[in-house]
Design a protein around this ligand. Structure first.
Ligand SMILES: [Zn+2]
Length: 183
């Protein structure tokens, strides 16, 4: 159970069909990307323990630091849509881009994922396999077809992507140390 001191328990690993669903959702959500400045589409999908899938895409604006990544676009509404003290129970996250190899979440997104996920939560990263120099992908590809050309995803846990991270558990340690010092 997620608690104010941070999620510590791993949830059940994904069944193969669940992984396909998460991957297809991440791939399909790229169509919502608004990225006229980078032309770098990213889609993200988050599978919760209750079986629901939540997606996001990167949204850029002319003032580039103001834009938001697909991962945080997907994650923040999940958290904001719950009543406190409830927190999401996240089983897996998938990220899809149009490049090869697959891209990993940026540092900001890793930190936000770390806040709400056990350290062994898997992050599945999908890209498009490279083509010969005289070939190109069509402008639109059905998600099922794109998943086929993605090949195997790169998968790492959030703990591997953000080692020795600072998270909600560290805030709880400070409180314990303060009590000990006073005593
Ligand atoms: Zn990011």
């Amino acid at each position: 159970m997620a608690s104010p001191s941070g999620p510590i328990m791993a949830l059940a690993p994904l069944a193969p069909l669940e992984l396909v669903s998460v991957a297809l959702a991440a791939i399909a959500s790229k169509k919502g990307a608004y990225c006229p400045y980078s032309n770098f589409r990213v889609g993200a999908a988050i599978l919760l323990a209750d079986g629901t899938l939540h997606t996001g895409a990167n949204v850029e604006v002319a003032s580039t630091p103001v834009g938001i990544c697909a991962e945080r676009c997907a994650l923040a509404p999940i958290v904001a849509g719950m009543e406190r003290p409830e927190l999401p129970k996240i089983r897996a996250i998938a990220v899809s881009t149009d490049i090869w190899g697959p891209s990993s979440p940026c540092g900001m997104c890793r930190q936000m994922i770390r806040e709400f996920c056990p350290l062994d939560t898997p992050i599945y990263m999908y890209g498009r396999q490279p083509l010969a120099s005289n070939q190109s992908y069509p402008a639109t590809i059905p998600p099922e077809e794109e998943l086929r050309i993605c090949g195997e995803p790169v998968v790492m846990t959030i703990g591997q992507l953000l080692p020795m991270s600072f998270g909600p558990n560290d805030m709880a340690k400070r409180e314990v140390q303060t009590v000990a010092q006073i005593g």
